[in-house]
Design a protein around this ligand. Sequence first.
Ligand code: 5GP
Length: 192
Amino acid sequence: MRILEERIRKDGIVRAGNVLKVDSFINHQMDIALFEEMAKEWKRLFARKNINKILTIEASGIGIAAIAAREFGVPVVFAKKAKSINLDSDNYVTKIQSFTHGKIYEVIVSKKYLSPEDHVLIIDDFLANGCALMGLLELVERAGATVEGIGVAIEKGFQRGGDMIRAKGIQLESLAIVESMNAEDGSIEFRK
Ligand code: 5GP
């Protein structure tokens, strides 16, 4: 998606360790006009799918997913990072390894908000090694719901998550795919 790529080039900062900082428009300050354009693009790309719910993960997916949910006219549920105290039989639970912090944490979704009738679009800000998305897929599977697709804002195409998700036959729509980036000169190349 052209405007997202241009924005990443203009305001994204490449950090050592394969981290792309987009704090000025996605991860700290949020550009809602940009989120609206992204939401419209996902609506177009998933036009053939019958989606009744959006699922994301706290915290950085929530803003994008909320604007997408308004575009699709459906509710948005976010998987919560759990304290052991919340782990009861009312929740679906899975473990996720964090790309940015390296830690393993548990996430939950209440059984009240995900059920076998649901046709889910998963939305997240970044796709790197795919741990976050694999965790969300597992929660949907536990609920007996159907995954209709996955929308990602920025995929780092040089990490393995994208290939892993596509190999499952799931429709994955990443609005910008970074092919390579260099922390030394700050350059970023996108997949054509
Ligand atoms: P994965 O689970 O695919 O390895 O990583 C996805 C999660 O890690 C995303 O939800 C995002 O919060 C975070 N993440 C991964 N790579 C980056 C990055 O380069 N920049 C930022 N800002 N977040 C990232």
